[in-house]
Design a protein around this ligand. Structure first.
Ligand code: SF4
Length: 477
């Protein structure tokens, strides 16, 4: 048996490899300066091959195909839903995030089921649609709805699908293992490209027919049986279903270790053994925590929460959960945000001058970095203390104050420029700037470079209210 051939990893693809296959006309239709710039951004994962419109012309057909193959991620990307709320899952280029970056943050789908009363369904849909949390300037939300058939009755499932489809535009996951039940629900939302759950050893042919007829992606399920999952994926791919999602099985205790090992084993097979038959997005089902009998529902919720976090860390590209409690969901959304933040780019906010409260002409002028976490901590401390002031957000390349000083992203010269660019001398009648304590060593040089007196503030912005009470206005103003 021959070993599967290794494709070039994303880190081995150079902009020249991409450039050679582009039209090389520098037409600008991609809004880039030229084809080489475009190629560089494609290799960086910031643009895709499809962002070059001329590639769709017939004369570039061959090169377009080669480019698609060159840039195809080892874990294929699959989209379900339509329009603005559609979600793309998978599309992973690397096993470990720090090797490049992870694309397509894991969507979280909450379930509704055909045993639930209409009021409960409406209430859960309202929670799913309205759940939002602002985290360092980004709004974190839930992404999809999983509709479960528990009664195995086509009419009951159709009624559930109809009810839900009328109340939400979010992408849908239809969960029914009986093809007749699935068909009854699918017919009602055939234009919304739902994800179908699931093809098994027993029903794969009927499910494949539905997926092909309605052009929907299909989940393949073989719990805790990787060879069986691989074999089913091969069968379905050969049958013509190209958009597949793998369900390797999720269990809380007593098969937790097996669950995490299974997810990890599949991903390692893709990236280390180049196994293309396992190169599909993975579905994790923390909802399975509810299958374990527990005395307290809160214990089950707690299990579901840590199961979701574990799966987010270990390669799940889509999660189905049941709990609607904020203390279960919020940690997942924050953890997802952090896992999917591009490690090559610090999370930053726009540089510039921010106004807090109603600052007069004698209001304090402070400065901080444009690292998002730093900025929002400072903002929160200023707002909660009702401080009227001006805050200069310096462009430190998204670095925190301490790193920016060490890396010379924040210097006396850049502070002087920020004061000038923000026209601070026109906004206040004094010339006193409060530096963060962590940038204290720039104080002397900043005084020499700018015409401003420098005051050294606290190292932590939580100390600003007390500091200002004791130090503002300065005696010499
Ligand atoms: Fe080059 Fe395509 Fe961009 Fe035109 S649209 S500049 S051909 S990459």
């Amino acid at each position: 048996m021959t070993e599967p051939k290794a494709r070039k990893s994303i880190r081995e693809i150079s902009p020249i490899d991409v450039y050679k296959l582009l039209p090389k006309t520098n037409c600008g239709e991609c809004r880039e300066a030229n084809c080489m710039t475009f190629a560089t951004r494609v290799v960086n994962g910031e643009l895709t091959v499809e962002d070059c419109p001329p590639l769709t012309h017939s004369k570039y057909q061959a090169d377009h195909g080669k480019l698609q193959e060159l840039m195809r991620p080892p874990v294929r990307a699959v989209t379900f839903g339509t329009g603005a709320t559609a979600v793309r899952i998978g599309g992973k280029y690397v096993l470990y995030r720090h090797e490049f970056t992870y694309h397509n943050p894991t969507p979280i789908a909450l379930d509704v089921a055909d045993y639930m009363a209409k009021e409960e369904i409406a209430s859960r849909l309202k929670t799913i649609g309205s759940f939002a949390f602002n985290y360092i300037g980004r709004t974190l939300r839930l992404d999809a709805v999983a509709l479960r058939s528990t009664r195995q009755e086509p009419a009951a499932f159709a009624s559930l699908v109809q009810d839900v489809a009328g109340q939400t535009d979010l992408p849908l996951v239809l969960c029914a293992c009986d093809p007749a039940v699935m068909a009854a629900g699918l017919e009602l939302v055939k234009g919304r490209r739902p994800l179908l759950y699931a093809a098994t050893r027993e029903n794969w042919k009927e499910m494949a027919e539905l997926a092909l007829q309605y052009q929907c992606p299909l989940v393949v399920s073989a719990p805790h049986d990787i060879p069986g999952l691989r074999s089913l994926a091969r069968t379905l791919a050969e049958y013509g279903v190209s958009d597949l999602v793998l369900d390797p099985g999720t269990s809380a205790e007593p098969r937790l270790a097996e669950t995490i090992y299974g997810f990890s084993q599949i991903r390692r097979s893709v990236f280390q053994q180049h196994d293309e038959l396992l190169g599909y997005p993975l579905l994790g089902a923390p909802i399975s925590a509810w299958l374990t009998p527990e005395l307290s529902p809160d214990v089950v919720r707690w299990k579901e929460a840590w199961l979701a976090s574990l799966l987010l860390s270990r390669y799940a590209d889509l999660l189905i959960v049941h709990s609607v409690e904020g203390w279960v969901l919020l940690p997942q959304l924050v953890w997802r945000f952090n896992v999917y933040t591009d490690p090559r780019k610090p999370v930053s906010v726009d540089a510039g001058v921010r106004t807090f409260g109603s600052p007069g002409r004698m209001a304090p002028v402070l400065i901080t970095s444009n690292y998002a976490l730093t900025y929002f901590i400072v903002e929160n401390d200023l707002k909660s203390a009702n401080i009227d002031c001006f805050l200069i957000v310096a462009d430190t390349g998204g670095n925190s104050v301490e790193s920016a000083v060490a890396g010379r992203y924040l210097t006396a010269q850049s502070i002087a420029s920020a004061l000038e660019d923000g026209k601070m001398a026109d906004l206040v009648d004094h010339r006193h700037l409060i530096l963060p304590g962590l940038a204290a060593r720039l104080s002397g040089e900043t005084e020499e470079t700018s015409s401003w007196h420098v005051m050294v503030g606290p190292r932590d912005s939580s100390g600003l209210p007390d500091y200002l009470k004791s130090s503002w206005p300065p005696k010499e103003v």
